[in-house]
Design a protein around this ligand. Structure first.
Ligand code: FE
Length: 146
Protein backbone atom coordinates (compact mmCIF):
# COMPACT_ATOMS: atom_id res chain seq x y z
CA UNK A 1 0.00 0.00 0.00
CA UNK A 2 2.94 2.34 0.69
CA UNK A 3 6.69 2.61 1.01
CA UNK A 4 8.31 4.85 3.61
CA UNK A 5 11.57 6.01 5.03
CA UNK A 6 12.27 7.69 8.38
CA UNK A 7 14.06 10.90 7.42
CA UNK A 8 14.51 12.24 10.95
CA UNK A 9 13.39 11.22 14.41
CA UNK A 10 9.65 10.53 14.15
CA UNK A 11 9.39 12.05 10.66
CA UNK A 12 8.46 9.80 7.78
CA UNK A 13 8.33 10.32 4.04
CA UNK A 14 5.75 8.08 2.40
CA UNK A 15 5.21 7.14 -1.21
CA UNK A 16 1.79 5.59 -1.73
CA UNK A 17 1.31 2.85 -4.31
CA UNK A 18 -0.64 3.74 -7.40
CA UNK A 19 -4.44 3.34 -7.19
CA UNK A 20 -4.61 3.05 -3.39
CA UNK A 21 -7.09 5.07 -1.36
CA UNK A 22 -5.18 7.76 0.53
CA UNK A 23 -7.05 7.72 3.87
CA UNK A 24 -6.93 3.91 4.02
CA UNK A 25 -3.17 3.90 3.41
CA UNK A 26 -2.52 6.69 5.92
CA UNK A 27 -4.59 4.98 8.58
CA UNK A 28 -2.73 1.69 8.00
CA UNK A 29 0.57 3.55 8.39
CA UNK A 30 -0.54 5.21 11.64
CA UNK A 31 -1.63 1.83 12.99
CA UNK A 32 1.70 0.27 11.96
CA UNK A 33 3.67 3.05 13.68
CA UNK A 34 1.18 3.55 16.56
CA UNK A 35 0.81 7.27 15.87
CA UNK A 36 -1.89 8.96 17.97
CA UNK A 37 -0.73 12.56 17.65
CA UNK A 38 0.87 14.04 14.58
CA UNK A 39 0.60 15.99 11.38
CA UNK A 40 0.40 15.17 7.68
CA UNK A 41 1.27 17.17 4.57
CA UNK A 42 1.35 15.99 1.01
CA UNK A 43 0.82 16.28 -2.70
CA UNK A 44 0.18 13.98 -5.61
CA UNK A 45 -2.38 13.08 -8.24
CA UNK A 46 -5.80 11.43 -7.96
CA UNK A 47 -8.59 10.40 -10.29
CA UNK A 48 -11.45 9.83 -7.87
CA UNK A 49 -12.26 11.67 -4.66
CA UNK A 50 -15.06 12.34 -2.22
CA UNK A 51 -14.94 15.64 -0.37
CA UNK A 52 -17.13 16.72 2.53
CA UNK A 53 -18.56 20.09 3.45
CA UNK A 54 -19.88 20.55 6.96
CA UNK A 55 -23.11 22.50 6.90
CA UNK A 56 -23.18 24.23 10.29
CA UNK A 57 -26.93 24.82 10.06
CA UNK A 58 -27.70 21.12 10.15
CA UNK A 59 -24.40 19.98 11.72
CA UNK A 60 -24.03 17.39 9.00
CA UNK A 61 -21.56 16.68 6.26
CA UNK A 62 -22.62 16.97 2.65
CA UNK A 63 -20.49 14.70 0.46
CA UNK A 64 -19.64 15.03 -3.21
CA UNK A 65 -17.66 12.65 -5.40
CA UNK A 66 -15.49 13.75 -8.32
CA UNK A 67 -14.31 11.32 -11.00
CA UNK A 68 -11.58 13.07 -12.94
CA UNK A 69 -7.83 13.45 -12.96
CA UNK A 70 -6.70 16.09 -10.45
CA UNK A 71 -3.48 17.30 -8.90
CA UNK A 72 -3.37 17.42 -5.11
CA UNK A 73 -2.18 20.98 -4.72
CA UNK A 74 -2.32 20.68 -0.96
CA UNK A 75 -3.15 18.02 1.57
CA UNK A 76 -3.00 18.96 5.24
CA UNK A 77 -4.07 16.83 8.13
CA UNK A 78 -3.65 15.87 11.72
CA UNK A 79 -3.65 12.65 13.69
CA UNK A 80 -5.20 12.12 17.09
CA UNK A 81 -7.08 9.44 19.00
CA UNK A 82 -10.61 8.40 18.06
CA UNK A 83 -13.17 9.71 20.57
CA UNK A 84 -14.36 6.22 21.42
CA UNK A 85 -11.12 4.25 21.11
CA UNK A 86 -7.77 5.77 22.16
CA UNK A 87 -5.77 3.15 20.23
CA UNK A 88 -7.59 3.93 17.00
CA UNK A 89 -5.78 6.67 15.02
CA UNK A 90 -8.19 9.45 14.04
CA UNK A 91 -7.28 11.25 10.83
CA UNK A 92 -8.59 14.71 10.04
CA UNK A 93 -7.54 15.71 6.53
CA UNK A 94 -8.36 18.61 4.25
CA UNK A 95 -7.44 18.76 0.58
CA UNK A 96 -7.26 21.15 -2.35
CA UNK A 97 -7.11 19.63 -5.83
CA UNK A 98 -6.68 21.27 -9.21
CA UNK A 99 -8.55 20.24 -12.33
CA UNK A 100 -7.54 20.06 -15.98
CA UNK A 101 -8.65 23.68 -16.41
CA UNK A 102 -6.42 24.68 -13.44
CA UNK A 103 -9.36 25.60 -11.23
CA UNK A 104 -9.35 24.15 -7.72
CA UNK A 105 -11.86 22.34 -5.57
CA UNK A 106 -11.44 21.10 -2.06
CA UNK A 107 -12.87 20.18 1.27
CA UNK A 108 -12.63 17.75 4.09
CA UNK A 109 -11.18 14.56 2.62
CA UNK A 110 -13.30 11.44 2.92
CA UNK A 111 -11.50 9.38 0.28
CA UNK A 112 -9.27 9.80 -2.76
CA UNK A 113 -7.70 7.31 -5.15
CA UNK A 114 -4.11 7.85 -6.25
CA UNK A 115 -3.53 7.95 -9.99
CA UNK A 116 0.13 8.68 -10.48
CA UNK A 117 1.99 9.45 -7.28
CA UNK A 118 1.20 10.55 -3.75
CA UNK A 119 4.04 11.79 -1.58
CA UNK A 120 3.43 12.54 2.06
CA UNK A 121 5.30 13.71 5.12
CA UNK A 122 4.01 12.34 8.42
CA UNK A 123 5.32 13.71 11.67
CA UNK A 124 4.71 11.67 14.80
CA UNK A 125 4.53 13.82 17.95
CA UNK A 126 5.81 10.76 19.75
CA UNK A 127 7.46 12.56 22.63
CA UNK A 128 4.32 14.43 23.57
CA UNK A 129 1.10 12.91 24.87
CA UNK A 130 -1.38 11.40 22.50
CA UNK A 131 -4.14 13.87 21.69
CA UNK A 132 -7.77 12.93 22.33
CA UNK A 133 -11.07 14.14 20.93
CA UNK A 134 -14.55 14.60 22.27
CA UNK A 135 -17.84 15.16 20.51
CA UNK A 136 -18.98 18.78 20.79
CA UNK A 137 -22.75 19.32 20.78
CA UNK A 138 -22.57 22.96 19.65
CA UNK A 139 -20.61 22.33 16.46
CA UNK A 140 -21.43 18.69 15.83
CA UNK A 141 -17.70 18.03 15.55
CA UNK A 142 -15.22 15.80 17.32
CA UNK A 143 -13.04 18.56 18.72
CA UNK A 144 -9.60 18.29 20.28
CA UNK A 145 -9.65 17.60 23.96
CA UNK A 146 -6.64 19.00 25.84
FE1 FE B 1 -12.66 18.71 8.50
Amino acid sequence: MYKYTEVADNKYVLSLDNHVEICTALKAFCIEKEIYAGSITGLGAINQATFRFLDPAIKQYVDKTFEEQMEITNLTGNISQSPDNPVDPYLHIHITASRRDYSCIGGHLLSARVNGACELLVEDFADSHAIGRRFDEETGLNLYQF
